[in-house]
Design a protein around this ligand. Structure first.
Ligand code: ADP
Ligand code: ZN
Length: 204
């Protein structure tokens, strides 16, 4: 099974992807995570990707496609999170993976700025949370680790990411609708509610 998770930044792709991978045993391929790992490890790719990511722009298609191709070469069941993000990338996927379902996490744009600027990620276990859930505590509620804000979760960069989503990624909704693979899910709710709908789709 090959699944794509589509949705704006802040729609909850990462949160749902972790749940899906745990329940269905698919390999979770997040281009954002792979790119951040490359930045942390100071690879050539990481050096190239960093300026694009910090500016809230997309990393060039060629770099991202090569990264994903490499990551999926050995796996049968896979969940793409944050990829493809352009029509060009989607065409590339058509050439190397037979996608079964595309789950589109639909959400009102007005919710996204708060979700993203309030997002905090644990340095130790990578759990994702929101400042509104922390009651002033600055520690990870899963492992007690130190929480950090992602470099691109500030207001200026978020605006640019949302703008790029509308222009470059939203057209993929129609692209996959035409292929008969798109399934819409209301992502403006609690993450457990959203996951229940995803389970219904994947259990079919
Ligand atoms: P979000 O979906 O919240 O924006 P991600 O972690 O998926 O977070 O992506 C963070 C950044 O990584 C993007 O703003 C972009 O710069 C880069 N990136 C991730 N996936 C892709 C992709 N498929 N194509 C180009 N750039 C990407
Ligand atoms: Zn933690």
């Amino acid at each position: 099974m090959k699944i794509i998770l589509l949705g704006a930044p802040g729609a909850g792709k990462g949160t749902q992807a972790v749940k899906i991978a745990a329940k269905y045993g698919v390999a979770h391929i997040s281009t954002g995570d792979l790119l951040r790992k490359n930045i942390k490890d100071c690879t050539e790719l990481g050096k190239k990707a960093k300026e694009f990511m910090d500016g809230g722009r997309l990393v060039p298609d060629g770099l991202v496609v090569a990264l994903v191709k490499d990551a999926v070469s050995a796996v049968e069941n896979v969940l793409f999170d944050g990829f493809p993000r352009t029509i060009e990338q989607a065409r590339a996927v058509d050439g190397f993976a037979a996608v079964d379902k595309v789950i589109n996490l639909r959400i009102d744009e007005s919710l996204l700025m708060n979700r993203l600027t309030g997002r905090r990620v644990c340095n130790d276990c990578a759990a994702v949370t929101h400042v509104s859930l922390l009651n002033g505590a600055g520690k990870c509620q899963v492992c007690g680790g130190v929480l950090q804000q992602r470099a691109d979760d500030n207001e200026v960069t978020v605006k640019s990411r949302l703008d790029i989503y509308c222009k470059q990624t939203a057209p993929l909704i129609e692209y996959y609708e035409k292929q008969g693979k798109l399934i819409d899910i209301d992502a403006g709710r609690e993450s457990d509610e959203v996951f229940k709908d995803i389970e219904r789709v994947l259990d079919k």
